[in-house]
Ligand binder design. Structure first.
Ligand SMILES: O=C(O)CCC(=O)C(=O)O
Length: 280
């Protein structure tokens, strides 16, 4: 199953659609060379909760329509050029390209602003701490939010629908982490007791580089470019076998290019732990 974001520049209100394409032909879409036949598309307009389904034949969709789809797959990618991933080791590249996905411009500027306003209200009394209780996070403040205004609830719902397997419930609280410009997150693996196999984070205010290092051999790692307003989904082996960290300002480089760091807020949805791992 492939998730796509369709951007329409027409005057219609359907500005951004999240589409779920049920087909194995994802690489055909990506290369845009040939239109797939008989594709079942379920899509949801941004500001509604209802899904619509269309069954299309290739002739019904012009190639220009398909070219407006930005691919976003939560499944294995066969394509060797995953633009947001940089890993020298071939096996690491393979694992991370299958288990870590990034959707650029998941949020519109307006949605980003709406989330910022609400989380800032929730954190207004919190001061930046220099170090986290387990020493993983530096110069930060954080909170957990259960309730959101109507507009932001829809965004959270959109993340949960895209990121989580329907059989596992999302955690009711959403983690909001605000790190200052000189803040950073050291390598760690999220506790398996408290959250499940998928971590989905929206990045507000600043782009950054997230490094995923093999827990058993930290010399093997991959860097992930997380642009402002993106959504990342870390799951399976990327979540369990790799540490993740957010690089500090001085080290914030992706493919040798500096990624300027500023204050960054992440809004992170997680799912329930698997009962088998909860017991560990
Ligand atoms: O800020 C992020 O996107 C990741 C946060 C993180 O590493 C954590 O909360 O465990």
């Amino acid at each position: 199953m492939v998730f796509l974001t369709y951007c329409s520049y027409t005057k219609s209100q359907w500005k951004i659609l999240t589409a779920i394409i049920r087909t194995d032909l994802c690489h055909v879409f990506m290369s845009k060379q040939k239109l797939p036949q008989n594709v079942l598309i379920t899509y949801r307009p941004l500001h509604t909760t209802c899904h619509k389904t269309v069954f299309s034949k290739s002739k019904a969709l012009k190639s220009s329509t398909w070219s407006q789809f930005q691919t976003f797959s939560t499944e294995a990618k066969t394509n060797q050029d995953v633009y947001y991933l940089d890993a020298k080791d071939k096996d690491i590249y393979e694992i991370l390209s299958k288990n870590m996905s990034v959707q650029n411009d998941f949020l519109t500027e307006e949605e980003e602003q709406s989330l910022i306003e609400e989380v800032e209200r929730s954190m207004r009394k919190l001061r930046y701490e220099s170090s986290h209780w387990d020493n993983a996070i530096h110069v930060y403040r954080e909170t957990e939010k259960m309730s959101w205004n109507e507009k932001n609830s829809k965004i959270i719902q959109r993340v949960r629908e895209i990121a989580f397997d329907k059989t596992i419930s999302p955690l009711a609280h959403v983690h909001v982490l605000d790190i200052a410009k000189d803040g950073y997150i050291k390598p760690h693996v999220d506790a398996v007791r408290f959250c499940g196999d998928t971590i989905a984070g929206m990045c507000l205010l600043s782009s950054c580089v997230m490094r995923l290092g093999l827990e058993k051999d930290s010399s093997k790692f991959g860097d992930i470019y997380l642009p402002r307003r993106c959504l990342y989904i870390m799951k399976g082996r990327a979540r369990y076998d790799f540490t993740h960290e957010v690089l500090k300002q001085e080290e914030s480089k992706f493919k040798n290019q500096t990624v300027p760091r500023d204050r960054r807020i992440s809004v992170i949805c997680r799912n329930e732990p698997n009962p088998a791992t909860r017991a560990e």
